[in-house]
Design a protein around this ligand. Sequence first.
Ligand SMILES: Cc1ncc(COP(=O)(O)O)c(C=O)c1O
Length: 390
Amino acid sequence: MKTYSRLPVNFSHGQGSYLYDSKGRSYLDGLCGISVTNLGHAHPAVTLAIKKQAESLLHTSNLYEIDGQELLASQLADIAGMDKIFFANSGAEANEAAIKLARMHGHQRGFKNPEIIVLEGAFHGRTLATLSATDGNKIQTGFAPLVPGFIRTKRNDFNEIVEKLESHSEVVAILLEPIQGEGGIIPLNMNYLKQLRELCDEKNCLLIFDEVQSGNGRTGNYFAYQGLGVVPDIVTTAKGLANGVPIGACLAKGSAAEVLTIGKHGSTFGGNPLACAAAMAVLETIKNEELCSRSTELGKIIRDSIVNSVNDLGMIKEIRGKGLMIGVELNNECNDLVSYALNDGLLINVTSEKTIRLLPPLIMTDEEGLALGRAVGTAINNFQTLIEDF
Ligand SMILES: Cc1ncc(COP(=O)(O)O)c(C=O)c1O
């Protein structure tokens, strides 16, 4: 089905920070398949883990015990400071698990119509529940009736959330991305997040962080919240968790970890041996190669290189983000920049019309980071010439 507007390129293979098309032309990957191939392409540890697992067992079923899933759950929960995990196959599914969990938590408190507060600019996925939680007509139009039970509030507006909690008596959770991705790489205020944590504790609400895009080492810590000093009750992730093998995870702590019991949720593929083996290799590599701190270092190299390569800094409104989740907002709409960059052998993306989104691999060398910054700078310079000529 024609659900994607595809760029005219077809990659035959990848290596590290580069993808290659069928004619052998190389492209510097500044996007990682939208925050997925965080360890780059064909990382030997991931390839070996997948190969070894495929030689013995791809799939059994969640009807049986799965050692690899238990190992991954205990290591990932340790890293996250969470107690239990439900494994799914994608980000939207991880969020579905979190939404179901929050609703059931509400029902256990005696609520009939539990509601979840969500934010302006949010993106949580494309299933019916997650697109209802997502902000934006573009994503919701044509799919009414939407799933009820979501209350939208302005970003970083604590008082509005306090008001909603006063006017709605069955709010069970607040769901947000600590750094909004599709919304334009917008980090939420740290103080706002701290206030929300206190509010949730006071009102017995669950604080849910969607780290589908920001998780897995991308922002300087394994999860973005670990750099913010605010711990959620539930965190979801997917994308980079297994470097391209589909997997999603909903992690919970404290009483939230006890809500979903036998028969209340399930998935045929979720946490199967293949996906878990790949994810274990990713976790080990991130730890052994100290890629969380590396993402902070690399982020600085790339940002500085962009600033040094742009002729007219007046083109740039703001550079935002953390670590390797970088948004360069221009003063003009710049969707076309994606195809121009592609022609120059650079893979980037534009969100919210004006923001260049960079989600490069954590394994880039300093030289590759500098080259990425220079390539983005050049793309902005060429784009400026084009709009001036126009
Ligand atoms: C923050 C966030 N949540 C959820 C999703 C949905 O993930 P998936 O496409 O794996 O369902 C995305 C995807 O871009 C995302 O960025």
